[in-house]
Ligand binder design. Structure first.
Ligand SMILES: NC(=O)c1ccc[n+]([C@@H]2O[C@H](COP(=O)([O-])OP(=O)(O)OC[C@H]3O[C@@H](n4cnc5c(N)ncnc54)[C@H](OP(=O)(O)O)[C@@H]3O)[C@@H](O)[C@H]2O)c1
Length: 333
């Protein structure tokens, strides 16, 4: 069948809330020689998408334009779909292959019927998971893997507290920490406690009932994903030699992590680090996540799936911050 020259995509021309998103007709993207054109079956939304959409934190504007977005008019980077076309220099992938991956290094572009992705940032979709589930994995999974494996260097028997353990990144961080042998305490809302236990947490704390920083329990690692405590609180809750990994949370947590953690953690034999995803490892990490999916160590959780043209509603839903796992966007076959 001849491919049309236009496709449907979710576009934006202004910064702002979900109301800036529109379902529009745009030109088909053109893959380069090392790229693959993927016909999207599902994408998933990440915090990066609403942060870019709103330009929040403000520093985002240094990257994408001071007054209005000058690039990334189509948001999204998680991709699951079917190979439509391969670039001349691409080996190992063929038209019709079912794949998943992340287009982050090609620029945000995934909330669209056709998506260009670097070939090395795609892997074969395991047969036992759906396109929605596969699309849930890449960005959040890579973030979680780098937080647990590289930043925290979790080892068997270590105590790991994960704050925000039931969300997009947190759900993967919990499962990966368990797979690495960590003894995980999950901090999440009451509705998500059962899920966290099923995923292997040995203790689950409802953050509305108990503030873990008021307890006397100390941890080898604290992963702050949806956090809001002060750096001093995190430090106090660590064992000697322990580490606090700031992944995300409210803006205060992000700015404090960036600018003050070196000072607060200067003395006292505890460390703090801010997770900055290493782009050079994204491709191999995707392979490791795929293996963990196949080995049964990782099971994606999709809270809710919306059609692509409902992206604004999906964004509103995610921005409430009470999602279990991921929110997916689907394109019917
Ligand atoms: N550093 C990096 O490279 C990087 C990469 C990706 C993401 N991030 C950051 O990571 C953060 C989280 O992303 P995400 O996609 O996982 O978010 P998310 O899916 O929106 O997280 C929602 C989860 O957080 C829980 N939660 C909400 N308020 C909480 C609280 N006060 N205490 C504990 N848990 C709470 C919710 O639990 P309940 O529903 O049970 O209330 C829900 O399960 C964002 O700030 C994002 O920017 C950073």
């Amino acid at each position: 069948m001849a491919r049309g020259k236009t496709m449907k995509a979710i576009t934006r021309a202004e910064y702002g809330g979900p109301e800036v998103l529109s379902y529009a007709e745009v030109s088909d993207p053109t893959p380069g020689p090392r790229d693959v054109l993927v016909r999207l079956r599902a994408s998933s939304i990440n915090a990066a998408d609403y942060r870019m959409m709103r330009a929040d934190p403000f520093l985002v504007r240094l990257e994408t334009g001071l007054f209005r977005p000058k690039k990334w008019h189509v948001l999204g980077s998680d991709v699951a779909g079917v190979v439509e076309r391969v670039g001349a220099e691409v080996d190992g992938l063929e038209v019709g292959d079912e794949v998943f991956g992340n287009s982050f290094q090609s620029g945000l572009n995934a909330f669209a019927e056709l998506v260009v992705v670097r070939a090395d940032h795609l892997v074969a979709k395991p047969d036992h998971i759906s396109f929605d589930e596969a699309a849930a994995v890449p960005l959040a999974g890579i973030t979680a893997l780098q937080a647990i494996r590289d930043a925290a260097q979790v080892e068997p028997g270590q105590s790991v507290l994960i704050q925000g353990a039931s969300g997009g990144v947190g759900g993967f961080a919990l499962q990966i920490a368990v797979a690495f042998g960590g003894e995980v305490t999950a901090v999440c809302g009451a509705e998500s406690m059962e899920l966290a236990r099923d995923q292997g947490a040995i203790r689950v704390i409802d953050y509305r009932e108990t503030d873990f920083t008021d307890e006397s329990i100390r941890y080898d690692t604290i992963i702050g994903i949806n956090g809001y405590h002060s750096l001093r609180d995190y430090k106090r809750c660590l064992n000697p030699g322990g580490i606090y990994v700031m992944v995300g949370g409210d803006n205060r947590q992000i700015y404090e992590g960036m600018f003050l953690s070196w000072l607060v953690f200067l003395f006292g034999n505890r460390r703090a680090t801010n997770l900055n995803v290493d782009d050079d490892r994204r491709a191999e990490d995707l392979g490791q996540l795929r293996k963990m999916l196949i080995d049964g160590e990782l099971q994606p959780v999709v809270d809710r799936t919306f059609d692509l043209d409902e992206a604004a509603d999906a964004m509103r839903y995610l921005e409430q911050h009470h999602v279990d796992g991921k929110v997916a966007l689907r394109v019917e076959e």
